[in-house]
Write a protein that binds this ligand. Structure first.
Ligand SMILES: [Fe+2]
Ligand SMILES: [Fe+2]
Length: 415
């Protein structure tokens, strides 16, 4: 980092998603203010407005912002607000940047609407002391209001401000969120951002991902879809004492799937078969491994409950012809793993929180499973690791990797 820069701009925003209007505004700011550097900073938890429902987490917004500005060499995208807990106050950000660039003059680039309310932000005097405000004027009709406000800020707060006439395209992130999924060749966002959005399935309206084959709202609907014979056959592998758990898991998987816009039929299928080899002892598990050509790792043999997930996945495939996704969800329902797909997460959590579960921590995970899947996974994995260690049992490396992964997902989010 060259901290001898003389003129450094600061441009914050939710960047949800970053669009061509932001890129044009950044370009205007760099040229008009002769900046040596423009720091682009996605907000963590904005005190001004909360993110729309279903918005990507801070990590994705940070990645998209990096891609959006990747062709502008004077731009650097910083994750300082995403890494800070509590509300993302601009005054705190400016203090941090002052420490990073002690010799620089700072220019805070804001949209016209924000400029008109800046005196009401948290610690405005700090903002005025540490930076010169630069209001981006997008419409000529706004100009008079902005000039009046500039005079008011100078008179009342001795605050320096500049008005930048920005020919930027009039774009709103809300409009783009609604359009981006249907305008694949859209010119609203930089191509790399669009590619990232599509690759990561961001901004999908619920129900877009997987077409539902049939309405499955509860366990009775599911029984009708799979048929009584298959349903009872699957349950015949389960000892009577565990049937309530499996049926609870099916119901919970349907609820979670419907809540998160996933196909409930697939989720319920994974739940129905997830424990079909659970009642087998170690010797029987090892026989199943031989039968299905599985070579278990030593750790899978010593952390014995793990084996039923491995053999159960193979048995569900061989006996019932479940697809690869369902097989994988069953395979990892006990240990978890890093970067699980939606079905794997739904089964893992359904198994953990279904209504008969009442162990320590289940209620907390149950609450978060309907609010934030990454956070629910992190808590469930943490509880599992604590419990395994407390009872001096072996821990699968898959669980450790899963915990590290979901912890990383969560610490990028503001809580
Ligand atoms: Fe299980
Ligand atoms: Fe289970």
């Amino acid at each position: 980092m060259d901290n001898n820069y003389k003129r450094v701009g600061v441009f914050g925003g939710a960047f949800n998603p970053p669009h061509n209007g932001h890129v044009a505004a950044a370009d205007t700011a760099i040229r008009s203010l002769s900046l040596d550097k423009l720091l682009v900073i996605p907000t963590g938890s904005s005190p001004h407005k909360t993110l729309a429902d279903g918005s990507p987490n801070g990590f994705h917004r940070y990645k998209m912002t990096q891609l959006a500005f990747s062709n502008m060499e004077k731009v650097e995208v910083l994750d300082i607000e995403l890494n800070r807990s509590g509300p993302s106050y601009t005054s705190d950000t400016l203090k941090e940047i002052t420490r990073m660039y002690p010799l620089a003059e700072l220019f805070l680039v804001v949209g016209a609407d924000m400029f008109l309310t800046v005196q009401d932000w948290h610690c405005p005097e700090v903002i005025f002391r540490l930076s010169t405000l630069c209001a981006l004027c997008r419409e000529s009709g706004q100009l008079d209001d902005l000039i009046d406000h500039k005079d008011y800020l100078m008179e009342k707060f001795n605050a320096k401000s500049i008005i930048l006439e920005n020919e930027a395209i009039e774009l709103s992130s809300t409009e783009i969120r609604n359009k981006v999924r249907i305008c694949v060749d859209s010119d609203l966002v930089p191509p790399k951002v669009l590619e990232y959005i599509l690759e990561n399935n961001l901004y999908i309206k619920r129900d877009d991902t997987y077409p539902k084959l049939a309405e499955v709202k509860n366990i009775d609907d599911f029984q009708n879809v799979v048929g009584e014979v298959t349903y009872q056959k699957a349950l015949s592998h389960i000892p009577p004492s565990r049937k309530a758990h499996v049926e609870g898991c099916v119901s919970e998987a349907i609820r979670l799937a419907n809540h998160w816009g996933y196909d409930p039929q697939r989720a319920a299928t994974a739940a129905l078969f997830h424990d079909i080899t659970k009642s087998h002892n170690l010797e029987e598990q090892l026989n199943l491994c031989r039968k299905y050509g599985i070579i278990p790792r030593t750790v899978d043999k010593v952390s014995f409950p793990t084996l039923h997930a491995i053999t159960g996945a193979a048995a569900a495939r061989e006996l019932y012809g479940v697809d690869k996704g369902v097989e994988s969800a069953i395979r990892y329902h006990t240990t978890g793993k890093a970067n699980m797909d939606r079905l794997e997460i739904i089964l893992y959590l359904a198994d953990y929180i279904e209504p008969t579960r009442n162990f320590r921590g289940a209620a907390e995970v149950r609450y978060f499973a309907y609010k934030d899947l990454d956070f629910a996974m992190m808590i469930a994995l943490k509880n599992t690791i604590e419990e395994v260690c407390r009872s001096c049992r072996h821990l699968s490396p898959d669980t450790v990797e899963a915990y590290n992964f979901y912890l990383s997902q969560c610490i990028r989010k503001p809580y």
